[in-house]
Design a protein around this ligand. Structure first.
Ligand code: NAP
Length: 548
């Protein structure tokens, strides 16, 4: 696997302003596919990417244990049948190095790199109404202009460090998983401290514990987690998957979130305790998100049903963790199972049976006071470490937008327009920002990310084709459409238990100023409804937009 890519596209001189039909920000899964579609439309495009290689999330997150939580063979791009047939997934839940290799393969196969400028962090994008174009500015000062601006900046790219006093005083190496070094970190014989117990930490903790002398986990709130049950894919299995791709993708396109899993039609509260238990035992023993997405249809909306499934998972944790006191600390008490995105784990709970692992509950037992040059000082003692890991998450969804100074007509700032919550049409076009399209913007349907991205990029490509055919050079939202869509998104979130819980999905991040209030950041309705809505807009000739 290449650690870094050769910078294929030439870097222009700093004072040379380049001109393109479209500028894409980000060369991850979304940006690569946007570039592919833009080229098909005959448009010139330049992709600006902060990293030295393609892959986005899979380029940055190189921490030990990083891997898919969706079945690999549903996570690849579906647009190229040739690609299906020539790529062999090695594991049912692909580890990060293989995924990055896959994305590099895609970049090579479709010769994408020649239009991607690496080491290019976009800091600003300003709309010039008179010229009807965007001016994009990079950290280096370089500028580029384009009629169209497409964001492909991810929903979990704005990583956040813990807002703990003394954080930068630690004298050893400290890593955030989203900025993991390209060469593996050697934990052999080291005392390691990790802050955070989200999906990232839940993948990293078992791997670090196997290598290090001692691992201390600082847990604020525990998370519900369920077994991943990863396995290798044999050649015969891969051949069988290749022969079924058409059917697999068609199935995903019918489920609410593009996963292979879909909710059982029964309700947990309607079946007998024996039937419930047998079903949950089966789901717990199966790979992937079945326990979350393929469960009884009431567990994510009905408190009573949710209490039942939470009790079942708690029982499993108690069975797997030998020390009952530690097991209790690992069982969430402030939210129910599935009301935050469920981390899928491989031996996470058994890790706490190891002699070289300590769990510190920083809510109930002792509180972190500060980070010191030697480690972490709590109200009980000072813990000394050689290495620190801050697995403290992301400013989800809108965080990446806030880090770029987007300005529309009259200098209006996107972050001001979205101050009380995002306002978009279909999560693809921000309110009042001409010629700006978003691949994974707030208020769009998500789930299995590549599938969601392909759907939205295909819709946007259709919109751009429509503009080309009619000679339009400007597209904007209509106020009534933005208001209706924003209302639809907010209404769709209301019945969900997840809307009542603090998480990156509800926009809460205590390490970021102004991120203490819950917001609705995604379209949580049925993806099938989303797909129908977008398909109807396209079939109707995009009447919901204003063109010039
Ligand atoms: P996260 O779920 O937001 O977890 C961050 C963790 O850090 C939480 O346990 C949080 O505690 C803790 N934390 C933050 N600041 C802290 C502080 N100042 N002091 C103590 N603890 C602190 O972030 P994540 O684990 O990176 O996961 C984010 C999302 O990424 C996941 O939900 C998932 O969608 C995605 N992901 C996917 C995969 C995959 O399998 N494909 C793997 C990793 C991540 P609180 O809960 O108390 O805030």
């Amino acid at each position: 696997m290449p650690d870094t890519n050769v910078i294929a596209s030439a870097q222009p001189a700093l004072d040379e302003v380049t001109h393109h039909d479209a500028i894409v920000i980000g060369a991850g899964i979304s940006g690569m596919f946007m570039l592919y579609r833009l080229r098909e439309l005959g448009l010139t495009a330049r992709v600006f990417e902060a990293g030295t290689g393609v892959g986005g999330t899979w380029y940055w997150n190189r921490y030990p244990g990083a891997r898919f939580d969706s079945e690999s063979w549903t996570y690849g791009y579906s647009f190229s049948k040739e690609l299906w047939q020539e790529w062999d997934w090695k594991e049912h839940f692909s580890p990060q190095p293989d995924t990055l290799e896959y994305l590099n393969h895609v970049a090579d196969k479709f010769d994408l790199r020649r239009d991607i400028q690496f080491r290019s962090t976009v800091t600003a994008a300003h709309w010039d109404d008179a010229a009807n174009e965007w001016t994009v500015t990079l950290e280096s000062g370089q500028q580029a202009k384009s009629r169209l601006l497409l964001t492909a900046i991810g929903i979990l790219s704005a990583y956040t460090l813990p807002a703990i006093p003394g954080r930068d005083s630690f004298k050893g190496p400290a890593y955030h998983p989203a900025r993991w070094p390209h060469t593996p970190v050697d934990f052999t014989g080291k005392r390691v401290g990790i802050i955070g117990t989200g999906a990232t930490a839940i993948q990293a903790i078992p791997e670090i514990a196997k290598q290090c002398a001692h691992l201390t986990v600082f847990q604020r709130r525990p998370n519900w987690a369920a077994p991943l049950h990863n396995a290798k894919i044999s050649k015969e299995e891969m051949d069988a998957i290749k022969s079924r791709y058409e059917e697999i993708y068609a199935h995903c396109a019918r489920t609410p979130s593009w996963f292979i899993h879909e909710a059982d039609r029964r309700k947990a509260v309607d079946v007998s305790p024996e039937e419930r238990e047998a079903f949950w035992e089966k789901l717990y023993a199966e790979p992937g998100f079945g326990i979350w997405m393929g469960n009884f249809r009431d567990i994510l909306v009905d408190e009573k049903a949710n209490v039942l499934i939470s009790e079942f998972i708690a029982k499993k944790i108690r069975q797997r963790v030998k020390d009952p006191k530690i097991a209790e600390k690992l069982i969430p008490k402030d939210h129910g199972f599935g009301s935050r995105r469920v981390p899928l784990e491989s031996g996470y709970f058994e890790t706490y049976n190891r002699d070289n692992v300590t769990l510190v509950d920083v809510i109930n037992d002792e509180q972190i006071e500060c980070i010191t040059p030697n480690g972490v000082k709590t109200t009980a003692k000072e813990y000394e470490f050689d290495i620190m890991v801050y697995a403290t998450g992301f400013d989800g969804v809108t965080g990446a937008f806030d880090r770029i100074d987007f300005r529309g007509p009259n200098g209006v700032r996107l972050r001001d327009v979205w101050a009380d919550g995002p306002r978009t049409y279909l999560g693809m076009v921000p309110d009042g920002f001409p010629n700006m399209l978003m691949a994974l913007g707030p208020h769009t349907a998500r789930g299995n990310i590549p599938q969601a991205v392909e759907h939205s990029v295909n819709f946007q490509a259709g919109l751009l084709r429509h503009m080309k055919e009619h000679g339009y050079t400007r597209v904007e939202t209509r106020l009534e459409q933005v208001e209706a869509w924003t209302e639809t998104v907010i209404k769709a979130a209301e019945p969900l238990l997840s809307s009542k819980v603090d998480s990156w999905q509800t926009g809460v991040n205590r390490n970021v100023e102004g991120r203490q209030v819950r917001r609705v950041l995604g379209y949580n309705g049925n993806g099938a409804h989303f797909r129908k809505t977008t398909d109807d807009v396209a079939a109707g000739g995009y009447k919901e937009f204003v063109f010039k």
